[in-house]
Write a protein that binds this ligand. Structure first.
Ligand code: HEC
Length: 364
């Protein structure tokens, strides 16, 4: 929890990128309203009742939390001498003032350093589990995603949904009731403050403004061309539909059945991919689905798969990962070797076609 909050605060320090036309007051929606909250999430797989969150009235009774300046955390091998002692001498500094949003500017280095501090890979946070953690997703291109979380738990209908997602992630979910279970029955951990709606909107706008860096090692054009043909011939575009390289749909995990009148019915595919169902059937972020991820930016991100089980694209398309003696990038405690099942698309290609396909994917 503390770590999650802390990481959230680090993410805040990119506020300088708010893309606001000079002098205009942004229209900030009243984000925590009962009507929109009611339709925000899919139901949790295996839980009869919908998730109940703090009511609109309870939420707005909480004081708005101040946002303090945050500082880079270095890997111990790279921390400048005396860094922590220096930090200890600084006074807390409030960095968010809704009235000053247009003038606050951050240096690129500061933004990069802030993002560098966030550990790459896989992360267990509230709602999932150290046993079934989720890969840290890229936030670039989030504006185009129809669902948030690997399991598609939260709908992304508009900026308000993203703001609600942020509020939940930054502590509100601790006040939520999941059937007869609550993450914080004694009220010890749940935040006693909320973000102001202008704060939430500012962060959402920052996320929307993120763009991919330029690919420094573009694949040879011929290679990309052949790879594009393989992509088309293998039927990848049915799910990874350009230009987003995702159809924004949900795929049922193995063994999952859903009612005909499921509210997300229109987005649920008939075809399954057969990847590990644990994250999406055994956690509070589990919906029984896995969303079709976008393939944009594969060249600079990873690991792959919803729990980051595979560290390279070469491994993702290697049939060796289907075997019990495969050593995944991530495994539950005490396990070193296990199969990473499912998503068998492209596994039986010739070495040339596979290399071309991967080259094409790295060009996206
Ligand atoms: C039936 C839909 C479907 C088809 C067809 C499909 N995929 Fe996927 N793909 C998915 C889903 C769903 C996932 C996420 C699986 C998971 O994480 O458990 C995924 C994951 C991936 C990933 C990992 C991405 C990441 O961010 O972790 C890559 C790469 C990928 N697919 C490429 C391809 C390619 C190339 C093809 C064709 C050879 C293909 N896919 C065909 C649905 C599909």
């Amino acid at each position: 929890m503390v770590r999650g909050l802390w990481m959230g605060l680090v993410a805040w320090s990119g506020l300088g990128l708010w893309p606001l036309a000079g002098g205009q007051e942004p229209e900030v929606p009243r984000v925590w309203n009962d009507a929109d909250l009611a339709g925000l999430e899919l139901s949790i797989y295996g839980l009869e009742t919908p998730i109940r969150h703090l009511s609109e009235q309870e939420y707005y009774r909480l004081p708005v939390r101040p946002i303090y300046r945050s500082y880079t955390v270095y890997h111990p091998d790279h921390e400048p001498a005396g860094y922590r002692d220096h930090l200890a001498t600084l006074e807390p500094e409030i960095v968010f003032d809704a009235g000053e949003l247009e003038t606050r500017h951050m240096e690129l280095e500061e933004i990069f350093a802030t993002h560098e501090a966030i550990p790459p890979g896989v992360f267990a946070r509230h709602g999932d589990s150290p046993f079934f953690p989720a890969r840290v997703p890229s936030l670039v291109g989030i504006a185009d995603r129809g669902y948030l979380d690997a399991s598609g738990l939260v709908k992304h209908r508009d900026v308000g949904d993203l703001m609600r997602y942020i509020a939940l992630t930054q502590g509100m979910a601790f006040h939520s009731q999941y059937g007869d279970w609550s993450p914080d029955p004694t009220g010890q951990f749940g935040t006693t403050e909320r973000y102001g709606d202008p704060q939430l909107r500012a962060l959402a706008m920052f996320l929307y403004s993120l763009e991919s860096p330029e690919n420094p090692n573009p694949e040879p054009v011929e290679h990309q061309k052949r790879g594009r043909e393989v992509f088309a011939a293998e039927g990848c575009a049915k799910c990874h539909t350009p230009p987003l390289y995702s159809n924004n749909k949900l795929v049922m995990a193995p063994g999952v059945r859903v009612a005909k009148d499921h509210p997300a019915r229109a987005d649920i595919m008939n075809q399954r991919v057969g990847t590990n169902p644990d994250l999406t059937t055994k956690t509070r972020r589990g919906t029984g689905f896995c969303k079709v991820p976008s393939l944009i930016g594969l060249w600079y991100r990873g690991p792959f798969g919803h729990s980051g089980e595979v560290s390279t694209l070469e491994d993702w398309f290697d049939p060796a990962r289907l075997e019990d003696d495969y050593r995944p990038n991530w495994s539950p405690p005490g396990v070193t070797h296990r199969a990473v099942p499912g998503h068998e698309f492209g596994l039986d290609l010739s070495p040339e076609d596979k290399a071309a396909l991967i080259g094409f994917l790295r060009s996206l």
